[in-house]
Ligand binder design. Structure first.
Ligand code: COA
Length: 458
């Protein structure tokens, strides 16, 4: 039924059959019946239920905060969500027994809970497989999807706004349960996958400010890294930019490139600047030509407004955007991501510090692998050579006990620090270790060589 209706919507301008008209236009009658207060929607959640929130900056504040307000009345409710930009009160020990918290990506306000045991990290698979995981997992299969969308258009279509990534799959998966949508008049209408009013069970109309993120500055070290990365990115490439300070600095350094395209999990502010400068045209893309494809937006309100109703930006779910086989259909796809540490064998850790989960895999490995499948593709992992005021080398002989390998050595390609570029693809262990030591901070090179000999790689 759903597929048929979507088909009707697509052909409506050509064939305005009575059946198609009826299905599409009837939504207005049902709309009013679905409107409830946030308190009412939250009161329907039963003890033991599982709820997925729309991801990251798309989290619906009215629903989430109301749920927390009534948290003491609930028992054993599982909350599945990403790097929450809201209060994240569910991780407070006071809610023990009321909420269980499953995080898809740890952020500043869920890391303490993870260490104390009140937050569980998902860690189950690559990002593009999460929709499948939500559908089949006993633990994650949700009774409810709490999402934020725009006001409907004349056909009853709401946009997923700043986040479609696992928000749309949450709606799809919760088809066995209920979909509650906060319709926020401030939310920007972004093209791509839409949600029809008929597919929402309860609507909460409430205006909320938008969740935004700021940008890190560029210093001398990040500028050197950005220069190295720019030298690897050819005209006509399609780029993916990861999160963190480095990918943004790298993007700012691409102003002299020509005809870049975007196929990226996250669409960022720097892409708007590159579009404005005529650098990103998407004209040489081999799929989704003319359009920046992403699964979410992360930036300022000005950036969201720029993308609003802008045919050059679309958001789609991660099982499309992050599928390596889709990514790999782009010609010259370049993935650019940050990592925390890399060992002498070329294994990158992008998500743990001191053996403890710090963030998450996100779509990093999806995009590294997608770039490898792309004709002329490259994957770049960028990192400062040191952390904590040059006291810690981020190039290490081996990973600390408990640290995670996010990108295995079999998938690694370019690694960039402020000391240059190491191309690790198709290299021996010895060549890799030599190349990595050459881009390590000079203070640590002797020690790395000594340890490399002990490990038998030098
Ligand atoms: N040892 C100890 N501490 C380290 C460290 C190391 N090897 N590397 C970094 N740190 C510390 C930093 O000093 C910093 O500490 P501070 O907050 O006290 O200053 C902190 O860890 C964060 O490091 P930073 O390099 O600033 O990280 P970032 O905010 O730029 O994020 C990642 C980088 C790798 C954590 C982030 O990109 C990530 O989670 N990536 C995985 C997911 C992903 O790439 N998705 C991409 C698809 S969109």
């Amino acid at each position: 039924m759903k597929d048929l209706r979507n088909e009707f919507r697509r052909i409506l301008p050509l064939y305005t059959s009575a059946a198609a008209q009826e299905i599409i236009m009837n939504w207005k009658e049902k709309y009013a019946d679905k409107i409830v207060s946030a308190e009412y929607a939250v009161s329907l959640v039963k003890d033991g239920d599982k709820i997925i929130f729309g991801d990251w900056l798309g989290e619906p504040p009215a629903l989430v905060e109301t749920l927390y307000d009534h948290g003491m009345e609930k028992h054993d409710v599982t909350i599945i969500h990403g790097m929450s930009p809201g209060s994240n009160r569910c991780v407070d020990p006071a809610y023990a027994g009321h909420f269980k918290h499953v995080s898809t990506f740890l952020g500043p306000n869920s890391r303490p809970g993870y260490r104390e045991g009140t937050v569980e990290y998902i860690g189950g698979t690559n990002f593009h497989k999460w929709p499948e995981m939500f559908a089949v997992s006993d633990i994650l299969n949700p009774h409810w999807a709490f999402v934020q969308v725009t006001e409907p258009d004349e056909n009853g279509m709401c946009s997923y706004g700043v986040d479609c990534s696992f928000t749309e799959p949450a709606v799809r998966t919760a088809a066995k349960g209920k979909v509650v949508a906060q319709i926020n008049p401030n939310f920007p209408r972004i093209g791509g996958k839409m949600l029809h009013i008929d597919d929402i069970d309860y609507i909460v109309c409430q205006e909320s400010p938008l969740y935004t993120i700021g940008r890190a500055g560029v210093n001398e070290k990040t500028q050197k890294i950005a220069d190295c990365c720019a030298s690897l990115i050819e005209d006509d490439s399609t780029i993916q930019l990861g999160i963190g300070a480095l990918p943004d600095a790298i993007a700012r350094n691409l102003m002299d490139k020509k005809n870049l395209g975007v196929h990226s999990e996250t669409l960022t502010e720097s892409m708007m600047e590159l579009v404005e400068a005529g650098v990103i045209t998407n004209s040489m893309k081999t799929i989704n030509k003319g359009v920046c494809i992403g699964s979410q937006l992360a930036g300022s309100e000005a950036f969201y407004r720029y993308c609003e109703n802008n045919p050059m930006f679309e958001v789609h779910p991660v099982d499309y955007v992050n599928d390596p086989y889709i990514i790999g259909q782009n010609y010259k796809q370049v993935s650019i991501n940050a990592c925390l540490e890399i060992d002498l064998k070329g294994q990158a850790n992008s998500e743990s510090i001191g053996g403890i989960q710090y963030s998450g895999i996100g779509g990093q490995l999806d995009h590294v692998r997608g770039a490898q499948l792309s004709k002329g593709g490259k994957s770049i992992l960028a990192l400062n050579s040191t952390a904590k005021g040059d006291t810690i080398s981020k190039i290490v002989p081996f990973h600390a006990h408990g640290n995670i390998v996010t990108v295995p050595r079999y998938d690694i390609n370019y690694v960039v620090t402020e000391y240059g570029i190491a191309d690790l693809k198709y290299k021996t262990e010895r060549q890799r270790a030599e190349a990595l030591i050459a881009i390590a901070h000079p203070n640590f090179r002797d020690e790395l060589r000594f340890e490399g000999r002990k490990l038998g790689v030098l």
